[in-house]
Design a protein around this ligand. Structure first.
Ligand code: TRP
Ligand code: SF4
Length: 327
């Protein structure tokens, strides 16, 4: 039996190139090798979006359609929505009993987010308890591997601590899940920072060739290259970082064109924009076809939730016994 892999994704609407090369490609590879559970973390979204939850359903729809268009296959992995699984909430409740407050308060991601998302009232029980809910997500299916980004490693460490504490108090039951760090590429956004929806620097998977061209043209290049005759330094240029993903077959020529000042930045950018658009085109038409199938996403998520249900129910039955709530 292959190992179990689980990961959750906040519903973020239409995905961008950073999501594609950061998670989605990885998920598509994992579904071939492991027993995979990929779920929509809509309760997690509520921890920060509880004042405006109204867009979450559309975000879910868009994210799942992108997943499918790029090749995630519900026959090979289990896709479900967190809020369809009350077992997760029940397990989080038990974990809440045994998780000391200081574990949550010292969590670096918690402190960081409080700082970054200021303007929102986040001094809530739910927000502080985010890692407890995450531990329940993972341990309810007794997953052994969790593909996460660097930023989620402290959360996963907390999951391991919660599993250990549960095992110590009530008997050895949960595995301690390991992080599966993907070789995710860092995708720069159009301002050179990491591509992110919240920075407003993203190129989206559904974007038209014209918009892509416009966005790429606005990118900052090597600041030392003022005139066409100035030789450039591709290693400091985000346009070149993207070329490394989308212009594989001509990467040497692009590099030479820059270093030897054979090609101007505008032309170099237009080549990149064209390659990104060509790369996205088949997925965009696949996505359009999927959009026409009304109710598709709902059906996939419902089936997925039905198929994990027995596994989750088994965990909860065991947990209730171990805590002496049931015989
Ligand atoms: N916390 C993750 C994020 O913000 C999402 C998430 C929720 C998750 N539950 C999870 C990831 C369980 C891995 C495993 O991106
Ligand atoms: Fe960047 Fe291309 Fe200009 Fe070189 S030629 S600085 S790689 S945009």
């Amino acid at each position: 039996m292959s190992k179990r892999v689980l990961s959750g994704y906040r519903p973020s609407g239409t995905l961008h190139l950073g999501h594609l090369h950061g998670n989605l490609e990885n998920m598509i590879n994992l579904q071939e090798k492991y027993e995979c559970f990929f779920f929509v973390a809509d309760w997690h979204a509520l921890t920060t979006e509880y004042e405006k939850p109204f867009q979450i359903p559309q975000y879910i729809e868009d994210m799942i359609l992108d997943w499918l268009a790029f090749g995630l296959d519900p026959k090979k992995c289990t896709l479900y929505r967190q809020s369809s699984c009350p077992e997760i909430a029940e397990l989080a409740l038990y974990f809440g009993m045994i998780t000391p407050l200081p574990w949550l308060e010292r969590c670096t991601t918690y402190k960081e987010q409080l700082r970054e998302l200021k303007g929102r009232e986040l001094a809530t029980y739910g927000f502080l308890g985010y890692p407890v809910l995450m531990a329940a997500d993972i341990l309810v299916v007794r997953s052994e591997l969790v593909p996460v980004g660097e930023d989620q490693v402290p959360h996963l460490e907390l999951t391991r601590e919660i599993a250990r504490r549960f095992n110590y108090l009530y008997g050895n039951y949960f595995p301690e899940p390991q992080a599966l760090l993907s070789g995710a590429k860092r995708v720069p956004g159009i301002d050179g920072r990491k591509m992110s929806k919240s920075y407003g620097n993203a190129i989206y998977l559904n974007e038209s060739p014209n918009i892509i061209k416009e966005k790429v043209r606005s990118m900052i290049t090597d600041p030392q290259r003022v005139y066409l005759k100035d030789p450039g330094h591709p290693e400091v240029c985000s346009v070149f970082s993207l070329h490394q993903i989308y212009s594989h077959s001509l990467i040497e020529e692009i590099e030479k064109g820059c270093r030897e000042a054979l090609r101007g930045c505008t032309e170099c950018k237009d080549i990149l924009a064209q390659n990104i658009s060509d790369y996205l085109a088949p997925f965009q038409s696949k996505r359009k076809e999927l959009e026409k199938e009304k109710g598709l996403v709902e059906e996939i998520l419902t089936k997925g939730a039905q198929s994990v249900k027995p596994l989750m129910a088994e965990t909860l039955a065991q947990v209730r016994k171990l805590i002496s709530l049931e015989k």
